[in-house]
Design a protein around this ligand. Structure first.
Ligand SMILES: [Zn+2]
Length: 299
């Protein structure tokens, strides 16, 4: 049996601010799904976008997870510890002629919905330029467990997309796909705001599979995009929209609220651990509302 076949889920917050109720909803959904499948649940800090990282945010996120009883099964990973690995992947993709350097400025690309692949055949040096992954003029589809079938032709919607920025920052797409493959993630349960990244990630995964690296899982993960909690202004709860940090008291009540928002039954409990134990037995993914937004207003 391959080392990568067991159910492995993950929660992957960015240290750009504290966890809020919207983060709790996705963390709880991915935790419950992993637990009911007797799987592993990993926590990974997605901190490659260094300028956006907030001092102390990682510590606050990890303490909030502990407060809410959501313990990871393996030690916490940080993407910054794997920068060398991502850059190595770019070199390997380069050797397969799957990536190229792009010198276009943001200004040159303003107003374009898809990158017109301007630099594809220019043979520019990799040093000091953005690196883009080649895409095909072909529709890629996948079936999401909640959102149904999703199809996208990357050439038409995005064009060749960035894996490493000109300033050397590794893109979210590259870091997340390499980590999910390296950690053998089989099931990706995350917020519906990330749904439109998925086809790019599937394509990148296919390209990385061509490298046939034994430490990267070649299993295609199953996707499950959870509808988002919205505020009174109709915006998703997010750090950018100044969502309130998760409370440090009334933990069980907050967990119950998140569980019910996910369409689940009300579970009575006195402590977070007791709640989670019971939530695990009552969790039913088919009860999670369909669509991209949850009913109700949250803060
Ligand atoms: Zn370019």
């Amino acid at each position: 049996m391959s080392q990568f076949t067991a159910y492995t889920g993950r929660f992957a917050p960015s240290p750009t601010g504290p966890l809020h109720f919207g983060s709790l909803i996705t963390a709880l959904a991915s935790w419950c799904e992993a637990r009911t499948q007797n799987g592993r649940w990993l926590v990974r800090i997605e901190d490659t976008d260094i300028p956006r990282n907030q001092t102390g945010a990682e510590h606050r996120i990890l303490s909030a997870l502990v407060t809410y009883g959501l313990y990871a099964d393996c030690s916490i990973e940080r993407q910054q510890d794997h920068l060398e690995n991502y850059n190595h992947m770019i070199d390997a993709l380069k050797a397969q002629n799957l990536v190229y350097a792009c010198s276009c400025s943001r200004k040159q690309l303003t107003g374009l919905s898809a990158y017109p692949n301007t630099c594809r055949d220019k043979g520019l040096p990799f040093e000091g330029n953005a690196i883009r992954l080649k895409t095909l003029d072909k529709t890629i589809c996948f079936t999401d467990r909640i959102q149904g079938q999703v199809c996208e032709n990357l050439r038409q919607t995005r064009g060749d997309f960035v894996l490493r920025r000109r300033d050397g920052i590794i893109s979210y797409q590259l870091a997340v796909v390499v980590d999910d493959m390296r950690q053998g993630v089989t099931d990706i349960v995350r917020g519906a705001d990330l749904l439109d990244n998925t086809v790019r990630q599937i394509w990148l995964r296919k390209c990385l599979n061509r490298l046939q690296l034994p430490y990267l899982s070649s299993i295609e993960p199953i996707y499950c995009h959870i509808p988002l909690a919205m505020n009174a202004q109709g915006q998703k709860l997010s750090k950018q929209n100044l969502a309130v940090p998760l409370p440090k008291t009334e933990i069980v009540a907050t967990l119950q609220k998140a569980f019910v928002a996910l369409g689940q039954v009300l579970v009575e409990a006195d402590t977070p651990d007791e709640f989670l134990k019971s939530a695990m037995t009552h969790w039913d993914l088919s009860r999670v509302p369909r669509g991209s937004q949850l009913e109700g207003i949250f803060i």
